[in-house]
Design a protein around this ligand. Structure first.
Ligand code: HEM
Ligand code: HEM
Length: 210
């Protein structure tokens, strides 16, 4: 009876701010990827629409993405996001063991997720920087630098590689796809969380210090 209750008990995993940030970033990313690939393949950009229209959409989505992400960081639950960031940037002994393929209890994010987040943030900043110089270089030729377009292209391919792995774990892999509940409804089953994020569940259940 008691174990059945534990199996169905739900734990809050992602707050509204976290989910909003995730889905805002993901939607903008898909739109930028689709328009970026059309720009990358000249044949597609003439078949699907005038290249200039696709390029404008790419730029407007980029601007909307930057404004939306900054707005969420400013008006969302900043304490919660700061706590996430502190956890994500600290790779501890268990994380290092986990990365070497050993069994090791994991916190709210496992070591793979920490690396995924750090790369996602780094790529987003580099996309914005290289994209900004591509845009500026067309307006003022002093800002045309060798390799800016190549950086933007390489980031695209690296991100797609990362995304394929992410989508496989989130939508297909039987043992991890329960996580989809967390990023959509905000809650996950405690029994699942115990198996994948034991240190997090332990910390959640610990009585507060007096
Ligand atoms: C703030 C974010 C971004 C800005 C400001 C930006 C800006 C630009 C600009 C100005 C171009 C040049 C268009 C042209 O060829 O005339 C471009 C091309 C491109 N962008 Fe972005 N971009 C951003 C994010 C992204 C993201 C997230 C992706 C992919 C997921 C992406 C993929 C591409 C690709 C594949 C091209 C075509 C490059 C080529 O023709 O070789 N961009 N972007
Ligand atoms: C349909 C598309 C997507 C689905 C179904 C999805 C699913 C998920 C799920 C289930 C989680 C939570 C995992 C957990 O419980 O800890 C998550 C987290 C995350 N997602 Fe996505 N995601 C999508 C698109 C994206 C995109 C496009 C990006 C970035 C370009 C992204 C970046 C992240 C990051 C950085 C995290 C936190 C770390 C991690 O779990 O790896 N996601 N996503």
């Amino acid at each position: 009876m008691a174990s059945e209750a534990a199996a169905t008990r739900r734990l809050p995993r992602f707050s509204r701010t976290e989910r909003l940030l995730h889905w805002t970033h993901a939607s903008a990313f898909f739109a930028l990827l689709a328009t970026g690939l059309i720009l990358y393949l000249p044949s597609l950009s003439t078949v699907i629409a005038h290249r200039q229209i696709v390029k404008n959409v790419h730029l407007y989505v980029a601007a909307a993405w930057a404004i939306a992400v900054i707005a969420i960081l400013v008006v969302g639950d900043r304490r919660r996001l700061a706590a996430d960031w502190r956890e994500i940037e600290s790779i501890d002994r268990d994380d290092r063991r986990w990365l070497r393929g050993r069994r090791a209890p994991q916190g709210r994010f496992n070591a793979g997720q920490k690396i995924n987040t750090l790369l996602t943030v780094a790529f987003a900043l580099l996309f914005a920087l290289s994209g900004f110089f591509l845009w500026l270089g067309e307006r003022d030729h002093r800002f045309i630098f060798d390799g800016t377009g190549t950086v933007h292209d390489i980031l695209t391919f690296l991100s797609v590689g990362l995304l394929v792995g992410h989508l496989y774990l989130a939508l297909i892999h039987p043992s991890t796809r329960h996580a989809l509940r967390g990023i959509t409804t905000g809650e996950v089953d405690e029994s699942w969380a115990r198996k994948h994020h034991a240190k997090w569940v332990e910390a959640e259940n610990r009585p507060p210090l007096r």
